[in-house]
Design a protein around this ligand. Structure first.
Ligand code: ZN
Length: 317
């Protein structure tokens, strides 16, 4: 059975063809987030290219799965809201099924990334799994008894907005001290901005001041690699907060595995010890001893693979 899985993010729309468990085709383009039509147009182009090359090799596509950054009503296949692109109350499933003539399944991108890690990735075989994507923001997915947990409206598993410090920094969502406001790429950038504002001097702060727009959390990792103490401190702090957040999740869900993915893993060596220490201090013993905290093995493919797995499994019922 061959299926197409597409990951629609704020910056790229990337897809693959999964044929009996193997990735056989790939295609990606930049997301044109000008309008709903431009986003849907990009989605359809990725779909068409993948289907054409699959058909030309004698494969038959049976279904399409989509992972989309935003709130998704899975049953109806409607994207209700999205932070990084203009899909609002978008009936993505209906629109694509009409254009493709195939069953289409739509879910949140972090939900399908969790599904991929539970089926094929670091958490393979886990019945209970919590997944965190650590990037510019923080996304989350929860697998309960083998199934994606979506909540009443498809808005569940916003793990980045778990509050871990009531009086902490302001978060994009309007609250304070969310995991995303303490640990994400944006949060790490803000820590550097604060150091620059109070006149701290270091090569990292100099690089920031030279071109704040070009600076990113990745640069903090680079300076930490070079042994710069302030950079190491920022990442250690982030690691400590991450460990506290993971402990709360483990206390609530008693998972077999917690998997981590995303761009921040490039700096993970500077975060991991502090993360494991605060996790061990905070988590309940019985759950702590059982769970494995793992870095995901699927990388950027997680979203696309998860979307393809969603299509396969939904097709089988
Ligand atoms: Zn928040």
């Amino acid at each position: 059975l061959a299926v197409i899985g597409i990951d629609l993010g704020g910056t790229k729309t990337a897809g693959l063809v999964l044929d009996r468990g193997d990735i056989v085709e790939r295609y990606r383009l930049s997301t044109d987030a000008t309008s709903q039509d431009s986003v849907m147009g990009g989605l359809l182009e990725v779909y068409s290219r993948l289907r054409e090359s699959a058909v030309s090799k004698g494969m038959e596509i049976e279904a399409v799965g989509l992972g989309i950054a935003g709130f998704v009503d899975f049953e109806r296949g409607v994207v209700t809201e999205a932070p990084n692109h203009p899909l609002r109350d978008a009936h993505v499933k209906d629109i694509l099924e009409k254009r493709c003539g195939l069953p289409v399944f739509v879910d949140n991108d972090a939900n399908v990334a969790a599904l991929a890690e539970a089926r094929l990735g670091a958490g393979k075989g886990a019945r209970f799994l919590v997944h965190l994507t650590l990037g510019t923001g923080i996304g989350g997915g929860i697998i309960i008894d083998g199934q994606v947990y979506r909540g009443a409206l498809g808005a569940a598993a916003e793990l980045g907005h778990m509050v871990i410090c009531e009086n902490g920094p302001h978060c994009n969502c309007g609250a304070r001290g969310c995991l995303e406001a303490m640990v994400s790429g944006v949060a790490i950038y803000q820590r550097v901005e604060e150091l620059a504002a109070v006149g701290r001097v270091s090569p990292m702060v100099e690089e920031f001041l030279a071109d704040p727009a070009a600076f990113s959390a990745e640069a903090v990792g680079r300076h930490a690699d070079a042994g710069e103490v302030v950079a190491e401190e920022i990442l250690r702090e982030a690691g400590r907060h991450l460990g506290t957040g993971i402990a709360s999740l483990v206390n609530i869900f008693n998972p077999d595995a917690v998997t981590l993915s995303g761009g921040l893993l490039g700096s993970f060596s500077h975060m991991e010890d502090a993360m494991r220490r605060s996790f061990a201090e905070t988590a309940i013993d019985i759950s702590r001893r059982h769970v494995r905290i793992l870095t995901g093995t699927l990388g950027d493919d997680g979203g696309m693979l998860g979307a393809a797995i969603l299509a396969l499994e939904s097709l089988k019922g």
